[in-house]
Design a protein around this ligand. Sequence first.
Ligand SMILES: Nc1ncnc2c1ncn2[C@@H]1O[C@H](COP(=O)(O)OP(=O)(O)OP(=O)(O)O)[C@@H](O)[C@H]1O
Ligand SMILES: [Mg+2]
Length: 450
Amino acid sequence: MITRVLLIDDDVDALQALRMGIESEYALLTATSYKEAVYLLGTQDIDIVVTDLKLKDGSGLQILTYVHEHLAHISVIVITAYGTVETAIQSIRSGAYEYLVKPFRLADLKRLLTRLAETQNLRKENSRLRQVLQLEKRNIQFVTVSNRMKRIYELAQQIAESKTTVLISGETGTGKDVLANLLHSFSQRYQSSFVKIDCASIPENLLEAELFGYEKGAFTGASSQKRGKLEMAHQGTAFLDEIGELTPFMQSKLLRFLQDGEFERLGGTHTLNVDVRVLAATNADLEKKVKDGSFRSDLFYRLNVIAIHMPPLREHVQDIPFLIQSFIEKYNALNNKQVQSVDPQVIKHAQRYSWPGNIRELENMVERAVVLSREPVLSLIHFPGLAVGPEAAERTIGVTVGMSLAEIEKLAIEKNLIYYNNDKNRVAQVLQTGLATLYRKIKEYRIGEP
Ligand SMILES: Nc1ncnc2c1ncn2[C@@H]1O[C@H](COP(=O)(O)OP(=O)(O)OP(=O)(O)O)[C@@H](O)[C@H]1O
Ligand SMILES: [Mg+2]
């Protein structure tokens, strides 16, 4: 693990000398003022700060205080001039890990840095292990090989601790739920609940009670008090799925909660205050909904502070072999199977397929293949959905540019009649048309006639 060190000194020559002395072993950043240093601390991932005590627009002690308050994981070395031992003591008291008195030997600084870098590596390793452990404990798999998915994973680590609302968008099956779970597991909130609310499947009046809870007697049937999901998520995370389906009334109620963190239970007068991190997901185009007026723009901006788009699987096909392998292992374990791997042909076809159901569709296909296989290596015969052999040809209709709608319709009916052994009921059903219409079209297109 490379250690990133920020050197701060307003004396450019001194800074240069330090830089040359330790450059080869660390990733270095330099700042010549307090302001510049704070900017870098806020925007870069830094492990160790080495700062001179005197800066033209502040002091090393201020840096120390800033780091202590905002970025407590960073180690700080303060460099003081000879004769200011009191300030050195003061800096230790305010949390510096180490100090060096000028003039010092480069070897002394290097020794300090090596020790702190070791501590930092341990800290990083610990936090990585804690994260992995959390994911395992909660049974979350997040395969990340492609750069696109890696960036999303890293972003999740970066923003997990913040309380900012995140809006996760993407087609069905792309991993929105998984990402929401990651964000929860990566944060200290993992010790409290992760509460999911599906906004699409619950009718408006029930959703309100579900989210905010109700008091006894709030409506007919409310025979006792009930806490809402937001209360249950206190100090944890609330995940609002299918947020685009919220009615205007629920949108305004949610907006108030997001703005003030406050709400009342239904039928209640007592205002409740909870500490909840809100994550929202949608597979609808919310911006479009804002434009056509079906989604409040103020709520949209509230939710959209951090936006993460989960790409469709066809846009990160590099992950497919790794996803397949991880699903093989998952379903081996669940079904007591010993599938080893997959034929490269399957991967080739899978990387060309369009995956409308994305990762979920791939997972289902692999599950089916694992369950049905008797061989240690899965091949194309275990993936009928991917095959393009004679069997697939039977189920494929060749439509080319320039054909009329009538010709396409005729072909569709013909092919389906063959495939379904002339079962007209079944064909009418799959084509989603009436039986009478089907008979009329068969006659009109003279299907089955020489
Ligand atoms: N990166 C990944 N690695 C491994 N498995 C994944 C990954 N992303 C998603 N999955 C798996 O794919 C399936 C679908 O994921 P998920 O439920 O998160 O999708 P979604 O975007 O929430 O879908 P929907 O819009 O239908 O709610 C799940 O079974 C999940 O475990
Ligand atoms: Mg989902």
